[in-house]
Design a protein around this ligand. Structure first.
Ligand SMILES: NC(=O)c1ccc[n+]([C@@H]2O[C@H](COP(=O)([O-])OP(=O)(O)OC[C@H]3O[C@@H](n4cnc5c(N)ncnc54)[C@H](OP(=O)(O)O)[C@@H]3O)[C@@H](O)[C@H]2O)c1
Length: 272
């Protein structure tokens, strides 16, 4: 099943996709590409005005239905509304995209433990809970797709963000093997640097983060992720350059740790 751009009406939709973090970056792009492939969409994020704007755009461009769920997914009560929507048997969700997420600007020891825990929650607990909420219905219908956004950062142990991003990879590898024969697929996508609002939210200039050649467009990443999910792959690493980097990270992990230890010692010696 390949997602092809096409116009479709809500009555002929191929199912309903729920996308978290749908107000910007990869999430908004997932919503557009899935809607253009004929899915009705449920959009989840915290900013109601932006959610409504994306929903209106999807309706007018692709003729699909677009529901809006305003929820901070780290808030238990607000997340429960999203879990409830995923449980619905009357309006079933056939495609879940666990995408919402962010990083933290400071080093581990400088962040409050509550901030670190909230980041772990949005990157691991939230996809865990939402995947579990949608699973029963998908199993009873014998079909469904769960796509979770990980990161190339999971390829090396570099702080809590990278540790948290290993969760979707390990989970998707297992769940894809476990449920594939029952008609479900689980895919983790591990992108490198993508031009989204992610870095601006951290207060980081893109140019300071990585050279130009390392930046990918959200549209390319999403197209590649949807293709991998349609092929039933457990892991998707968009672009040849990042496939090479991913392979290199695996074999050079001990060296990366030596580099981290040296850099940390040097920073301590300089008093920073
Ligand atoms: N950009 C990159 O280089 C890159 C690389 C690898 C992986 N990723 C991953 O890609 C995913 C999407 O990030 P992005 O790059 O597209 O960044 P982005 O443009 O900043 O989008 C993040 C989205 O998550 C939503 N969000 C954040 N916290 C939320 C919360 N507590 N509850 C509900 N929604 C929340 C935001 O919406 P509201 O503010 O409206 O809630 C926004 O829609 C993340 O999981 C990120 O870790 C990004």
């Amino acid at each position: 099943m390949t997602i092809q751009p096409s116009r479709s009406s809500a009555s002929t939709a191929r199912g309903t996709a729920l996308v978290t973090g749908a107000t910007s970056g990869l999430g908004a792009e997932f919503a557009h590409q899935l809607a253009s492939g004929g899915y009705n969409i449920v959009l989840v994020a915290r900013d109601l005005a932006r959610l409504e704007a994306v929903a209106a755009d999807l309706r007018s461009r692709y003729g699909v239905t677009a529901e809006v769920l305003k929820a901070d997914l780290t808030n238990v009560d607000e997340r429960a509304i999203v879990e409830q929507r995923l449980h619905s048997a009357d309006a079933p969700i056939s495609y879940l995209v666990n995408n919402a997420g962010y990083g933290l600007a400071q080093e581990f020891e400088s962040n409050s433990i509550d901030d670190e825990e909230r980041m772990l929650e949005i990157l691991a607990t939230v996809p865990l809970r939402l995947s579990h909420a949608v699973l029963g219905g998908m199993l009873s219908r014998g079909s469904g797709t769960v796509l979770t956004v990980a990161s190339i950062a999971a390829g090396a142990p570099l702080g809590l963000y990278s540790a948290a991003k290993t969760w979707p990879l390990s989970f998707s590898r297992w769940a894809n093997a476990q449920y594939r024969h029952r008609g479900l697929t689980f895919t983790a996508v591990a992108p490198g640097f993508v031009r989204t609002e992610f870095h601006a939210r951290l207060g980081i200039e893109r140019a300071d983060m990585a050279p130009k050649w390392m930046w990918l467009d959200a549209s390319f990443v999403v197209r590649s992720a949807l293709r991998s999910a349609a092929r039933g792959r457990a892991v998707s690493v968009p672009s040849v350059r990042y496939k090479l980097i991913w392979a290199l990270m695996k074999v050079t992990q001990p060296l990366i740790m030596v580099f981290v230890a040296r850099a940390s010692r040097a920073a301590s010696a300089n008093g920073s």
